[in-house]
Write a protein that binds this ligand. Sequence first.
Ligand SMILES: NC(=O)c1ccc[n+]([C@@H]2O[C@H](COP(=O)([O-])OP(=O)(O)OC[C@H]3O[C@@H](n4cnc5c(N)ncnc54)[C@H](OP(=O)(O)O)[C@@H]3O)[C@@H](O)[C@H]2O)c1
Length: 312
Amino acid sequence: MDTRVPDRSLAGRVALVTGGTGGIGLSTAVGLARRGAEVTVTGRDPERGREAVRRIAEAAGSAPGAVRLRIADLGAPGAVRRLADEVLADHPRLHLLVNNAGVNHGTRRTTPDGLEENLAVNALAPLLLTRLLHGRLAAGAEAGRSSRVVLVNTSAHKMVRRAADALGDPQAQAGPYVAMTAYARSKLIALMAGFALARELGDGPVTVTAVDPGPADTGMTRAMDRTFLPPAMRAGWALYYRLGPARRSAETAARSTLAAAASAELEGRTGLYLDARGRPARTSPASRDPRDHDAALALLDALGADTRTPCT
Ligand SMILES: NC(=O)c1ccc[n+]([C@@H]2O[C@H](COP(=O)([O-])OP(=O)(O)OC[C@H]3O[C@@H](n4cnc5c(N)ncnc54)[C@H](OP(=O)(O)O)[C@@H]3O)[C@@H](O)[C@H]2O)c1
């Protein structure tokens, strides 16, 4: 059985979807727009972005101007801040932030700020953007209807046995680079920081939900091959790929995000993790210690997610 996507109307709700120009984010944006939300998507490539806006508006039958585009490379904290400024200037109301953009590179890459890219895009950017937009999200909440932050995570966070493996080498500098290991560690850090953020925000007007979309046939997975895996797992790649990403569409994978964004059952509930079927589930044992949650948050704050310390 696959995810039951809630039919709740999102008319009048304003949503921002990072990485909404392709893959799961694009399907998420279509799903939100079909339920009546005004949607802004972000990506790096203007042409790809304009095409995505056209496709979302067409698929959802949106009113002219109801789907918008913002260009930002989320690998740079300065660009995340500029994106937040633009959104704050353009969106007097905001109810939903879907932190979907993510990367998984075959070789170690760093941003111009010297940050390892998995960490910068998958973990730091979502926390920083959420912090910067929290006030606007909080202002958009109404009685009985919280604003929502969705953190698109992955079951791959379970590949990391101990939180210390991720927190002790967040920039993937120790030993040979293994793409899935660096990706999984960045997602574990993002997940733990998300739990800490949910605790920090408490039962306030903004809820935080992490989701696993499950495997999907997207640009990300099409770019992968067996060398992305740790050597001991490489023999299983072809089978995993055939039974996993190759068989599941981005549209199906978007359903857990849509559940987190729209489900009435989740109203007011925070700090949850939804599995690929959109159901509350347990995360890995390595992800559950509140001290590690605080450490993940502190790590990302020190790297630029602390909104009290403006960075360029
Ligand atoms: N596909 C899967 O099997 C799978 C499984 C579990 C979890 N996930 C998670 O689901 C999310 C979406 O993945 P996907 O498979 O849909 O990926 P995708 O097809 O590669 O799409 C990624 C999106 O993010 C944007 N993006 C990439 N790097 C960016 C950057 N540095 N700054 C700003 N935007 C950036 C891309 O747009 P531009 O290229 O125009 O910037 C695109 O819109 C990710 O968080 C991923 O970790 C995916």
